[in-house]
Design a protein around this ligand. Structure first.
Ligand code: CP3
Length: 344
């Protein structure tokens, strides 16, 4: 199907664009009362993720309500560890929680690779098919997965953490186990992303939310090595690597076979562009907290960021997911500022 507004894909491929495309990480979610209404009618987040019609419905809400240039399928990175054998819960105000963890070789029984993606994650591919039908080609649909390192963090720590010291401990005490688990996660993630693309995802993003807690050399060994396998395996659609906090590895990320690099708000786009060169599209990177300021200030800070771009190869986004208590009207100001900006 032809996509009416294909700015996102054009920007990802480095083609000419008449204005910068814009979308937000976590655009489908608690910022929208319409999302809360859909979720509130179900038992909770997991039921929403696992009910394709409802997941497709909240996927499309930001297109209709906010006017973004892309949809991202409503799901979570934690569906992958669950499909492999570690069930998760999402505890209100606490975040993800896993009953079991993998910290020893024996516990690798909870990290299966030998299963059919459609069998265990068919609710995601079905949501993609329904969302595309309802989008009817208005904007592209982004698929996603967690990066092996970030999924490893949740499978070993069993919950969110500021330091993920249980996860990092394994890198020193049992690197063989770490590599075995990362290898398994990578294998499943490649199959999962391909299933999303088969179902109709027009672009995919790999979220390495915890890249920034590793030293540079460790990130190369336990993070980038597996990220590289993923980007090399996915050639069907453009792919974005978002390695949050991995500024020290920017030059190595730039050498990966990906179209787009996600940039968090710690780095200026100019500084980042100087490191990665002209051959990648950059995505980001307004500080999500800017959206707590006045409409005027949101407009000013957004324009400052846009004016700092040295190239057309940009997709505008925040530097991380939008915070749930942000006023959707501020989000609209951000989006409209980008849409009204004339590329020089
Ligand atoms: O709009 C979108 O971006 C698509 C949906 C999406 C969700 N999670 C929905 C969600 C995406 C892309 C994710 C990715 C994700 N999930 C990441 C990587 C991106 C990042 O934020 O760094 C991570 C680390 C997770 C794991 C996860 N899921 C956490 C830590 C939490 C709890 C924190 C929170 O925001 O409550 C979740 C739950 C979650 N995933 C929610 C949403 C909308 C909130 C659930 C709710 O209460 O409705």
């Amino acid at each position: 199907m032809k996509i009416e507004n294909d700015l996102l894909l054009r920007a990802a491929r480095g083609e000419d664009i008449k204005r910068y495309p814009v979308w937000l990480m976590r655009q489908a979610g608690r910022i929208l009362p319409e999302y809360r209404a859909v979720r509130g009618a179900l038992s909770g987040f997991k039921e929403l993720v696992e009910t394709p019609e409802r997941a497709a419905e909240v996927t499309i809400q930001p297109i209709d309500i906010l006017g973004v240039d892309a949809a991202i399928i409503f799901s979570d990175i934690l569906v992958v560890p669950e499909a492999m054998g570690l069930e998760y819960q999402l505890i209100e105000k606490k975040g993800p929680w896993f009953e079991k963890t993998i910290r020893s070789t024996d516990e690798l029984i909870y990290a299966n690779t030998n299963f059919d993606i459609e069998d265990r994650l068919g609710y995601v591919t079905e949501a993609i098919r329904i969302a595309n039908k309802e989008l009817n080609g208005r904007v592209p649909l982004i698929g996603f997965a967690g990066a092996p390192w970030t999924i490893f963090c949740y499978m070993t720590e069993g919950q969110g953490s500021k330091t993920f010291s249980e996860s990092r401990k394994i890198l020193y005490t049992n690197p063989t186990l770490a590599h075995e688990l990362l290898d398994r996660i990578t294998e499943v993630t490649i199959k999962y992303l391909k299933a999303q693309i088969n179902a109709g995802a027009h672009m995919v993003q790999v979220f390495d939310s915890w890249a920034g807690i590793l030293g540079e050399r460790q990130y190369e060994e336990f993070g980038l090595k597996y990220m590289e396998r993923i980007v090399n395996a996915i050639n069907e659609v453009p792919i974005t690597v978002f390695a949050k906090g991995a500024y020290a590895s920017a030059h190595k990320i730039a050498a990966l076979n990906c179209n787009t690099i996600g940039v968090d708000w710690n780095t200026d786009m100019r500084t980042f562009r100087d490191i990665v060169g002209e051959n990648k599209t950059l995505q980001g990177n307004l500080d999500p907290c800017v959206l707590y300021s006045s409409h005027n200030e949101v407009e000013k800070m957004t324009n400052n960021m846009l004016n700092s771009f040295k190239s057309k190869r940009h997709i505008v986004n925040l530097g991380h997911g939008v915070y749930p208590d942000v006023d959707p009207e501020k989000v609209k100001t951000f989006i409209n500022t980008v849409k009204n900006f004339k590329i020089k």
